[in-house]
Design a protein around this ligand. Structure first.
Ligand SMILES: [Zn+2]
Length: 431
């Protein structure tokens, strides 16, 4: 039914030359700003803001005047001018003249300078990697996919990713790469202590990734778990479109099963970076053996890999084939995927009782299929008390294949333009 995927080759280039207009219509409500908790800390009373904190304030507005900044910060005119000059010299802000509609004197509008800056994102999955260029505003400009195999040497995979990234960036002439986001199917903590050996990416290391990618593009690099990046991407829609959403749980259901939790806009990583790693939740003491070596893990029953194993006699060899057969209402494939959705719903039931999220997003190649959404909803409903889920919406991903891409870009933008990062970059420039 399907040909096998070549080893680390750009087998299926689904090039999407969006151009600068790109997917703008799909993602216009994405918020790339830091969550409110950080913004509230931007202006301590009576203290002149650093240039980084001033930029933070400017980024949270769609455009402000000097008079407005003076009034909001309480800074002296001299200090404000000095800070603005620093930020302008570093191409972080720009001024444009606006016309006063009342006929008064035109005032200069100060705004974040996002022009022609692009984040390179790599969303590495078990069988495919999606490489994209995303504007600072969170709009994917160009993207491609390459086939990868988890057991390929990491150097070969990285070389293929760089080649794909160069092709993507060629479609964005004139745009400057300012950061790289790399999503991986492994537990990630912020300070570079990824548990590679317990993930499908055995043999990888942060050092290898950073040396290779930053050797080609010497810009800041952010590493994150792929399901968590998906959750952050989906949260960027929720936080701007649906007020009151404070906890979002997203599940990535494709070749593997992982989840990400975002609370008040901040990803939950856990003590070892493994928060959301639900694939290895044991649903029974016996049962099929999981790739982690134990028996009875959720992933051993319900992951895309397990589904393909169960459908081997049908010569179904890819998740795209599974989706095609689901859409044709094939009885055996439907029953297999429904059981998987129910198993995921069962595990989510326990999780929902703990964190009581407002929204559960189902993403990944299989996760957003209507059958999976229905199965998960039904199982969650039957395995939890009504009051636990009465305000929880279980819904398919709205960003689809762009969710991880946009989530990674959002993380990179946050990291690049945090007050501390900006202040330290400006300090380096003046030394
Ligand atoms: Zn396992």
């Amino acid at each position: 039914m399907s040909s096998s995927t070549p080893f680390c080759q750009a087998a299926e280039h689904k090039c999407r030359p969006h151009g600068r207009q790109g997917l703008r219509g799909v993602v216009t409500s994405v918020s790339m700003h830091d969550p409110p908790r950080l913004q509230a800390a931007a202006a301590p009373a009576g203290v002149a803001l650093s240039a980084g904190r001033l930029l933070h304030l400017i980024r949270s507005e769609s455009g402000v005047t000097r008079a407005q900044l003076l009034a909001r910060t309480g800074m002296s005119r001299t200090t404000l001018t000095e800070r603005l000059e620093q930020l302008t010299a570093a191409r972080l802000i720009r001024e444009s003249r606006s016309t006063d509609p009342t006929g008064g004197r035109p005032a200069k509008i100060i705004e974040f300078d996002a022009a022609d800056k692009v984040v390179l994102t790599i969303d590495l999955g078990h069988t495919h990697a999606r490489v994209a260029a995303v504007s600072i505003a969170g709009v994917p400009l160009a993207a491609t996919e390459i086939a990868v195999k988890g057991r390929s040497p990491s150097e070969l995979v990285l070389a293929a990713l760089i080649k794909a990234a160069e092709e993507v960036l060629q479609r964005c002439p004139g745009w400057e790469v300012v950061g790289i986001g790399f999503g991986v199917p492994a537990p990630v903590v912020q300070e570079g202590q990824t548990h590679w050996d317990s993930s499908p990416m055995r043999g990888w290391s942060e050092r290898l990734i950073s040396d290779t990618l930053q050797g080609r593009w010497p810009v800041p690099l952010v590493l994150e778990n792929d399901a968590r990046a998906l959750a952050i991407g989906e949260d960027s829609l929720m936080s701007s479109a649906e007020s009151g959403v404070d906890i979002l749980l997203a599940v990535k259901f494709g070749w593997g099963i992982g989840a990400g939790v975002v609370m008040d806009g901040h990803p939950l990583r856990g003590s070892t970076g493994a928060a959301g790693d639900i694939g290895h939740t044991r649903v029974t003491r016996d049962g099929p053996r999981c790739r982690c070596g134990r028996r009875g893990c959720l992933a051993a029953y319900a992951s895309g890999r397990a589904i393909l194993r169960q459908l081997r006699h049908r010569r179904v060899t890819s998740l795209s084939d599974v989706v095609t057969l689901l859409d044709r209402k094939d009885p055996e494939v439907t029953a297999t995927v429904r059981r998987a959705g129910e198993a995921i719903g069962h595990v989510l039931g326990g999780l929902l009782a703990c964190i009581n999220p407002s929204v559960v997003v189902l993403g990944g190649l299989l996760g957003h299929h209507p059958l999976v959404v229905r199965s998960v909803r039904a199982e969650v409903k039957s395995s939890t008390l009504p009051r636990m889920i009465e305000r929880t919406s279980i819904q398919p991903s709205r960003l689809g294949e762009d969710a991880g891409t946009i989530g990674m870009a959002r993380l990179v933008v946050r990291s690049l333009y945090s007050p501390e990062a900006v202040d330290s970059r400006l300090k380096l420039l003046t030394e």
